[in-house]
Design a protein around this ligand. Structure first.
Ligand code: SF4
Length: 294
């Protein structure tokens, strides 16, 4: 179900901008997400979203952004994609993310997008415009294999399509890479998957991969995930219960070996494993000027 609402505000301030790609102002135009990832943390009770598969569309988002952005004194990065994907299928019709980017371009703010969709390419011209200041796009990839991803992230474009979109952005000089999170224990925590992701990242011009080797599970998000495991991967839920009980943080199997492989491969292919940000770009630029003067 898609429901249109008028929101009171759009941008929220981030307390710790350095924690997530330097994002200072968070923007969620949609609530709920059609990508249907079986592990999605946004189903947790603390977010108070009764049915996460229902989509709320903030139809006044562009007016709100036009009013709120000029009032921000600090030119911090506007981020989107934290609680729901800004390029879910609903964006095809509403194009609110695309129009929000146009406002951001006009106001000359930096931007960071996290998505699982190649629909982002529809806004590539606006992103190029924003990139005169700074634009970065992270594609979340948890499985390299399209078939596996089709079960785990059933409503999202395939990893192949995400990698191809990344290739286009990197060719155009837009900072792009991968958020490799979560890595699901017993499903994605194998060497083949990690190796394939890093190799494809290299092939398609990723400048970074930011990993999290494991997942989090709590309350109704866990219930949902376990129901899906029973249907899609019989027998795996029992392994989770045995290994993690009611634990929130669920680490991957053979973690140190997997991490070692991951960091070695990234080093070999010259892929950064830390998050880029507008601030880092500015500091690097300033340093290069100083070096030039020296
Ligand atoms: S794309 Fe992100 S927000 Fe949407 S269901 Fe998947 S994990 Fe949740």
């Amino acid at each position: 179900m898609i429901k249109e609402v008028n929101a009171k505000t759009l941008l929220s301030n981030c307390k710790n901008p350095s924690m997530w790609f330097g994002v200072k102002y968070n923007m969620n135009i949609y609530r709920g997400c059609q990508h249907g990832c079986i592990y999605c943390d946004s189903r947790s009770e603390c977010y108070r979203i009764e049915n996460f598969d229902d989509i709320l569309v903030k139809v006044n988002a562009i007016d709100l952004l036009k009013a709120e952005l000029p009032r921000k004194r600090v030119k911090g990065t506007v981020g989107t994609g934290a609680m729901s994907d800004p390029y879910g299928p609903v964006e095809k019709e509403y194009r609110l993310t695309g129009r929000a980017l146009e406002v951001i371009a006009e106001r000359r703010f930096p931007v960071h997008i996290t998505t699982k969709s190649n629909l982002v390419l529809r806004d590539v011209e606006t992103l190029q415009e924003i990139n005169r200041i700074y634009a970065s796009v992270s594609f979340t990839v948890t499985a390299a294999d399209d078939e596996l991803a089709g079960k785990i992230e059933p409503g999202a474009p395939s990893p192949t399509d995400r990698f191809k979109a990344m290739g286009v952005l990197s060719t155009l000089g837009i900072c792009t890479g991968i958020t490799l999170m979560p890595v699901l224990p017993f499903l994605e925590d194998n060497e083949e998957n990690i190796r394939d992701i890093v190799i494809k990242a290299k092939e398609y011009g990723a400048s970074y991969i930011y990993p999290s080797f494991g997942m989090t599970l709590r309350d109704r998000q866990r219930d949902y995930y376990y129901r899906k495991l029973d249907t899609l991967f019989p027998g795996i839920k029992e392994k989770y219960i045995k290994k993690f009980g009611l634990r929130y943080g669920c680490g991957v199997n053979h973690g140190s070996k997997l991490k070692q492989l991951f960091y070695e491969l990234c080093k070999k292919y010259g892929i950064s494993t830390s998050m880029p940000s507008y601030e880092k770009k500015i500091s690097a630029y300033q340093l290069s000027i100083l070096d030039g003067e020296g």
